[in-house]
Design a protein around this ligand. Sequence first.
Ligand code: MOS
Length: 721
Amino acid sequence: MDFNQSTEDNLFDRARVIGKPHTRIDGILKVTGRAPYAYERHDVAANQLVGYPLCATIAKGRIMHMDASAARAAPGVAAVVTTLEHEPLDRAESNIAHLFGGATIEHYHQAIAVVVAETLEQARGAAALIEVRYEKEKGVFDLEAAWERLQDVGEPQADVGDVDAAFRDAPVTLDEVYRTASQSHAMMEPHASIVDWSDGGQMTVWTSNQMVEWTRQALATTFNIDADTIRLESPFVGGGFGGKLWLRADAVLAALGSRAAGQPVKLALPRPLMFNNTVHRSGTIQRLRIAADAEGRITAFEHSAISHTLPGGSGENPVDQTRHFYAGKSRRVAHQAIDMDLPESADMRAPGEASGLAVLEVAMDEMAEKLGMDPVEFRILNDTQVDPEDPSKPFSDRHYVECLRKGAEAFGWADRNRTPGGKREGQWLIGHGMAGAYRGAPTMTSGARVRLQGERLVVETDMTDIGTGSYTIIAQTAAETMGLDINAVEVRLGNSAYPTSSGSGGQFGAASSTAGVYAACVALQSEIAKRLGIESPRFENGRVVSGDTDLALGDVADGEELVAEDSISFGDFKDKMQIATFAAHFVEVAVHAHTGETRLRRMLSVCDAGRILNPVTARSQVLGGMVMGTGAALMEGMSVDLERGFFVNHDLAAYEVAVHADIPEQEIIFLDTADAASTPLKAKGVGELGICGVAAAIANAIYNASGVRLRDYPMTLDRMI
Ligand code: MOS
């Protein structure tokens, strides 16, 4: 099905199931421990062995010598594969670092061997017996030094109007430098795979991955084999946040170990290796300039930033949203990814916007203060319904102002503290802050197959559920379209035997995959109509109705299975507009007057993200985003050892994420909107919107509480004093 923008009312505007609160249909499996996560697939691949990785302890250089003889002789060891015995594996398009093979070390904790044994303890013990001698090279690890050396950030990605004239003429301007930290996805379930490649022929992979087809193709490229010989399952994923968009070392090492041992091998990356072996969000240094007239109308933005990447990567680009979010005639934005020898940086939840809005929305707060304006009113004044960079492009559906107004009212913004440092309760300084959020709403081609089996409908698509609720919204979509009860629908996900979906990423998963399931259901409807020789049938209450025909769906096929498959694709009409999601965040904090400790007291988020497919699962997405944004604001940051070139705090003891005790009452309001330009369901994603702007709202509240303006994240208490 080709989707072209429709403004007509449709099925989903009169929905029975879509848009209604529904708890997760996979919830019982999860809370009873019966959801089969990759490392726990005891039901597949008999005689599994356990793999353990050995990772490099230098950041850059060569391995001169490896001796694995003691490891091979250790108890229970079935195989050892070292990087020196292997040509460098090909790099899949999505991987910047080589995942295995050869003597060259590109980053700290690069995998250099895998040991396969009967038990985890045996494999780990044997891995410690491998001797490695390196020849180190000097690496480049210091982003701050790169910033100081930099003359300019280079070719701008956008340069409209006359930025220099605007800054020359403006009565009110801001020019500040901000820093965001390198962050780890730190998902609950580590990267883990079981691979059966025992005979080096057919490869079967049970893994934890957001993108089934990308990863199948990446495995084919990496091992230089035919993708048709690979089958991959990823039905449950214990969090990804972008870290599981790609093939990582767990699956590669398990595959090599399986082939060497002639048995299936399971391997999970140990948590202390994940931070440097896999990927992360790169830290950024950003300079932001804003110019406004005396009434507070923005006349120009200049946003310049750097982040770091292994050579060939793109780093964290935090300037993009500054091109589109607010009005203003002139703007110049530029981002440069600096080549460094740190581990591979890649996408993490709202890649770019999370770091960009953490800065832009603090700068907006600073500008409002310079102008003597209420920060909410300053944003409302600078709202736009067209892309400011290309005014011929309207926003398809933008209700940012409504987010701001509704949020201000629900939060009690009028009663906020108005003087920084001016409100005290005992030893605590109380402050209020707000920020806006903007995140694009892309869609991707997405396919599905539906099987009508009597009165039951089975949906099959390689879409993943990374904790987001895909199972549930897909069941709702199929139930709605086919006029069935949700309990009559069974959803099967995360298997390369099923049609290729969008996968879960970039906030495109929910909107795209449900649209694909809708397309498959429409194909099934046509199939049924053809079979019955009827026109324009209606599907309701488990029946198909048309003219004189009124038949239970279970009686349509005389006990046969009816199968239909289709995929949704999106026309290029989308290039003629900006399709995005919006939010406003409001926060109350208490900052300790003597220690600088910050405690969150209240958080509110108002979101405009098209039709909300399921308010329960969508709310959980935004809640999670707000928690992650809190981490980014207050505690999450990987520290680089500038001598040895690695992230020092590479476990969850030293890399702190927000926990229950850090999170106060959270409230979320969804605006009741529907974006006809997005998908047939008029839905957009929320999973990445939820993190955007949160850190800035907290930073602004800290300033309001304490009078201390922090421009470097995370805002730990040592920076407060
Ligand atoms: Mo997302 S960072 O594309 O999982």
